[in-house]
Design a protein. Structure first.
Length: 233
């Protein structure tokens, strides 16, 4: 039986991941654990900041028209997906970080940024670097979707789950019972997402970079070797 890649991230990212996975010849199943919804947010004066910081494409998608109040600020983003979402609303990043929020803040410090506005999700993990003051304002939130019985019923032995955030890792751990985890592998976008998913999985790997291509490369490697359940048959 072909190993499947289970895509748990919210839309529209889930469709993008699925398209990339299928282009690599991977079999997929979509099961988003969350739905993204915008939040109302207070828009502070732009002159209080040296830079705008976005660490998720969802912030660019859901911030709304007030986002353009900060168009004159240098824009710092994490990842090409966030850069693409910013471009879609007519914002051009001054810097694209290849790693995570903490590394991006360090990049800003080195560039002389001292006051940054971080438009983010309600569950963002704070990143701090001495010398940079960051005001975080949630502009979207992720509400739970799906249920335990449905996910458990759809998972089969040797499936590979993609975990795109610590919150997704924690929810996956809550939805999949320990006895089922032993037959399911997971690939996490970061070490913190991997930790949040708990223990007991057949394979548990963190991507070397927090990107879809890095995660899918690991998934492809796993798909090219039999899983634990296949080896026991």
């Amino acid at each position: 039986m072909t190993r499947r890649v289970i895509i748990l991230r919210p839309q529209p990212g889930a469709d993008a991941t699925e398209s990339a996975a299928r282009a690599m010849g991977l079999e997929t199943l979509l099961y988003p654990l969350f739905e993204i919804a915008p939040l109302g947010w207070p828009a502070p004066e732009p002159d209080a900041f040296d830079a705008l910081m976005l660490t998720s494409a969802n912030a660019a998608r859901h911030a709304g028209p007030d986002l353009m109040r900060y168009a004159a600020l240098p824009l710092y983003v994490v990842g090409e997906a966030t850069a693409k979402a910013a471009h879609a609303v007519s914002l051009e990043p001054a810097h694209i970080g290849a790693r995570d929020a903490a590394a991006l803040v360090e990049d800003m410090r080195r560039a002389g940024v001292r006051r940054a506005l971080h438009l983010c999700g309600a569950d963002v993990v704070a990143a701090a670097v001495e010398g940079v003051s960051i005001r975080r304002i949630p502009v979207y939130h992720a509400r739970e979707a799906g249920d335990a019985d449905s996910l458990a019923a759809q998972l089969r032995a040797d499936d590979i789950c993609l975990v795109h955030s610590p919150r997704a890792g924690a929810r996956l751990a809550a939805l999949v019972p320990p006895e089922q985890r032993a037959n399911v592998s997971l690939i996490a976008i970061s070490g913190s997402a991997l930790t949040a998913a708990g223990t007991g999985w057949a394979d548990a790997l963190a991507a070397p970079a927090p990107t879809d291509p890095a995660m899918l490369a690991l998934a492809q490697e796993l798909c090219h070797k039999p899983g634990d359940a296949a080896r026991r048959r």
